[in-house]
Design a protein around this ligand. Structure first.
Ligand code: AHR
Length: 491
């Protein structure tokens, strides 16, 4: 038995909105994310949207999708992906698996997808191997009302009205696969490319700069200093890896060491956000520029027997805990972090769903997004509490992670995760500033750390109703099972 962890939620002190865009997603031309995921062939080899995937995602109120990459974005020439499908050129996807890219999924198909998902598009332009003219043409193709060459071309291809795309990334990982640039050089290029993403009738650009690789604070400082005045969002990327880049370990076959490292690695996101925000505060105390976490999630060794360039992996209770910790951390940083995109939605990395030949399975991570969706656009409630300690082999990481918000109807939502796989934790928190009379909840947990869903057993790990929370006046006591995630609603 451990001591109860004490805390307080201040329901009358909420100031910051948790942007729904924190609950965003990412779909790249990589492996079976687009082709074989969102976009599938029927019996006659005609391409079509995958309605099963769309239906599953629609339950999560997905706010946005980032596309076409990732690294692929700086290889992609968007004009290959418009016009009649049978006239579009084949390319080789040299960055991911060296497979044929038939360009059947292009701008119109992506805009049709986000329309079906009722989500905002985030388009990443090509800086690494593209030109200012090419990016500027894409921007006008998306947004210029016409008449003009790009608006006319769009109309010829079946779309009269401009789409009004606001979120536009100026390159991806420009320090790496997006051009191996140094920060000063990228800052100058950013200024040049971004200059031509100008407001169109009805559309103001939200210009996103390729941000730092994890703890590259120099990249952040240079960008803020040299180009900050033109940047709406800076896109930080950081993945949670157990082991080394060369040997990340199996998604499903791991012991407590691999569990502990993932929990510790997730808490590192808090340090990254705190330190990058501190740098941004020096240049932008009004917090006009957002910090975006445009790629995050667990990256394991590829599933045995799959193309290693496809980054396909299973997803267990461990991934669910990692997602829960990250989302709590993003919520807590909502004053600066206004967008995040889990990598990647279907069949790639920490996917929400796995799909193969007519079969779909929701991963444990999918269920976390479902349990957390009530935080979208709610007001963050300040919450202070003792996180406790999860100790393993002489090392420590916080045991409990949590965040709280209040929605427009006044309901309070609390999400908590207990990272300790061996011991339950009791959290006792005072609710200040508002009276509530009922608490209901859901829990995701399992006997085994590596519990996961398969096509054969799709419901092995799903949330169940939670009866471990009690209200006594304004004191809320929660018994968090070992290795669990709990979401509560208080009225
Ligand atoms: O998500 C996979 C890859 O990881 C992306 O293409 C790239 O941006 C990052 O390095």
């Amino acid at each position: 038995e451990t001591e109860p962890l004490r805390g307080a939620i201040n329901a009358d002190q909420g100031e910051t909105t948790i942007s729904r865009h924190i609950y965003g997603h990412f779909a790249e031309h990589l492996g079976e994310d687009i082709y074989g995921g969102f976009w599938i062939q029927d019996d006659q080899n005609n391409w079509q949207y995958n309605q099963q995937v769309i239906d599953a995602l629609n339950q999560l109120n997905i706010p946005n999708v980032r596309w076409p990459g990732g690294c692929f974005a700086d290889y992609y020439h968007w004009k290959d992906g418009i016009g009649p499908r049978d006239e579009r050129p084949d390319q080789v996807n040299t960055i991911w698996g060296a497979v044929t890219e038939d360009n059947s999924f292009g701008t119109h198909e992506f805009m049709g997808l986000v329309d079906r998902l009722d989500a905002e598009p985030i388009i990443v332009g090509n800086v690494g191997s593209g030109t200012v003219e090419e990016m500027n043409d894409w921007w006008k193709y998306l947004n210029h009302e016409g008449p003009g060459p790009m608006a006319d071309l769009r109309a010829e291809n079946g779309r009269e009205e401009p789409w009004g795309v606001e979120y536009f990334g100026v390159g991806n990982e420009s320090w790496g696969c997006g051009g191996q640039m140094r920060p000063q050089y990228y800052a100058d290029l950013y200024r040049r490319f971004a200059e031509y993403l100008r407001p169109q009738v009805g559309t103001d650009p939200y210009r996103i700069a390729a941000g730092p690789n994890g703890d590259d604070y120099e990249w952040m400082r240079t960008l803020m200093e040299e180009a900050g005045y033109m940047i709406d969002g800076i896109d930080l990327h950081h993945y949670t890896i157990v082991g080394t880049w060369e040997n990340k370990g199996s998604a499903t076959d791991f012991a407590e060491d691999g569990w502990f490292e993932a929990m510790q690695g997730s808490h590192y996101m808090d340090e990254l956000l705190t330190r990058h925000s501190t740098i941004m505060d020096q240049y932008d105390p009004e917090k006009e520029t957002s910090l975006i976490v445009g790629e995050w999630g667990m990256w394991h060794d590829p599933m045995p027997g799959t193309n290693p360039g496809f980054l396909k992996q299973q997803n267990t209770l461990r991934d669910a805990l990692v997602a829960a910790l990250h989302l709590n951390i993003f919520n807590q940083h909502a004053d600066r972090v206004r967008m995040a995109n889990l990598a990647q939605t279907v069949n790639v990395l920490q996917a929400l769903v796995l799909y193969d030949d007519g079969q779909l399975v929701k991963t444990p991570t999918y269920h976390i997004f479902d349990m957390y969706k009530a935080h979208q656009d709610a007001t963050l409630l300040p919450m202070a509490f003792d996180q406790g300690v999860y100790e393993h082999n002489g090392e420590e990481t916080p045991a409990v992670s949590a965040s709280a918000s209040q929605d427009e109807e006044g309901r309070i939502h609390v999400t908590l995760a207990n990272t300790d796989p061996n011991q339950s934790r009791t959290v006792t928190t005072e609710l200040r500033g508002q009276d509530v009379s009922s608490v209901t909840g859901r829990v995701l947990t399992a006997e085994q750390m590596n519990a996961h869903n398969t096509f054969e057993q799709p419901e092995r790990l799903t949330p169940s109703s939670f009866d471990g929370a009690q209200l006594d006046g304004n004191t809320l006591t929660i018994e968090l099972p070992a290795k669990s995630v709990v979401s509560l609603e208080l009225r």
